[in-house]
Design a protein around this ligand. Structure first.
Ligand code: AMP
Ligand code: ZN
Ligand code: FE
Ligand code: FE
Length: 290
């Protein structure tokens, strides 16, 4: 598969960050791939949260649609009480250490979601069964599914409204998730033959970007790139990241972080340069790909 991908000079767009119903996107991997092809995307990464469950379906759909699939994942990590997402590309989905860790995160997410729903149920006519209506079988559970259930029950207007009100850490219902540190995450991805890229590192502005000493440790551990072109990175944050990326010799990616109807982000609204894609492909180990 890598051979197929290598040397690709795509005529279309390269979007390296999207979600399906395997996590908190609203379209199945098949529908997501079809939507991407329709939008003129020629290389698409599926990066569901903490799961590779959609890879096979997405691969089949990509073959049918005549586009390239880059198998990926958005790994949850935590640093200093804050959530840090690590995009991981082209790793071995059967790697024992990484799959054990993602299973642990998914199980913790499930327990955490139940804790949050329990708190909400004390104040609202609402329960875990409502949430299950919005989670596909085997999917990684997240706040977006709770949001969808709150909307269906009339307790919020939209996912965004739910996040701004009830699901916000300040609202009193929030429970943090278990996740490894970014350093552990980067190491796990590398050890599984994958290529780690820090997702949307400046969504909360320049003051809350990972500090340089810690970034240096991530780079030492094998961090390969920064997702700079992302709608939620602030303009000053992007400028800062470009400077830091040059300093550390990191590649720069751009992507949509599409969640179907779950977010306003549109497929291909930000894209990655073909040369950067080629660098990511060259960096991955061939072995795990079937
Ligand atoms: P969780 O990992 O369960 O805490 O939920 C975080 C996920 O919720 C992220 O993947 C985001 O894509 C999604 N999310 C965060 N804020 C919003 C929002 N305002 N509207 C819709 N989705 C959101
Ligand atoms: Zn998400
Ligand atoms: Fe993210
Ligand atoms: Fe994402």
């Amino acid at each position: 598969m890598v051979e197929q991908l290598r040397g690709v000079a795509p005529h279309g767009l390269i979007d390296l960050h999207t979600h399906s119903t395997v996590s908190d996107g609203t379209e199945s991997p098949t529908d997501l791939v079809a939507a991407a092809a329709e939008r003129g995307i020629s290389v698409l990464a599926l990066t569901d949260h903490d799961s590779t469950l959609g890879w096979d379906e997405a691969r089949t759909a990509a073959r049918a649609a005549g586009i390239r699939l880059v198998p990926g994942m958005e790994l949850s990590t935590r640093l200093g009480g804050r959530s840090v997402h690590v995009l991981a590309y082209l790793f071995d989905p059967d790697d024992a250490a990484l799959s054990a860790e993602t299973r642990r995160i998914r199980e913790a997410r499930q327990a955490r979601a139940q804790t949050m729903v329990g708190r909400l149920a004390a104040d609202f006519d609402f329960g875990w069964d409502d949430v299950l209506d919005h989670v596909a079988a085997g999917a990684t559970v997240g706040r977006p599914h709770i949001a969808d259930a709150l909307v269906a029950r009339g307790h919020a207007l939209s996912r965004e409204d739910a996040f701004d009100t009830l699901l916000h850490p300040g609202a009193g219902y929030y429970e943090p998730i278990y996740a490894p540190s970014p350093l552990e995450g980067v190491r796990l991805v590398r050890d599984a033959g994958g290529v780690p890229v820090l997702a949307h590192p400046a969504t909360r502005g320049i003051d809350r970007v990972i500090d340089k000493p810690y970034l240096a440790r991530l780079v030492d551990a094998g961090l390969f790139g920064l997702e700079i072109e992302h709608r939620e990175n602030t303009p000053e944050g992007k400028d800062y990241l470009r400077r830091v990326g040059r300093e550390f010799g990191l590649v720069t990616t751009g992507s949509s972080d599409y969640h179907g109807a779950g977010k306003p982000n549109l497929l291909g609204e930000n894209t990655t340069e073909p040369a950067v894609l080629a660098a990511i492909l060259a960096e991955s180990s061939d072995e795990p790909l079937g």
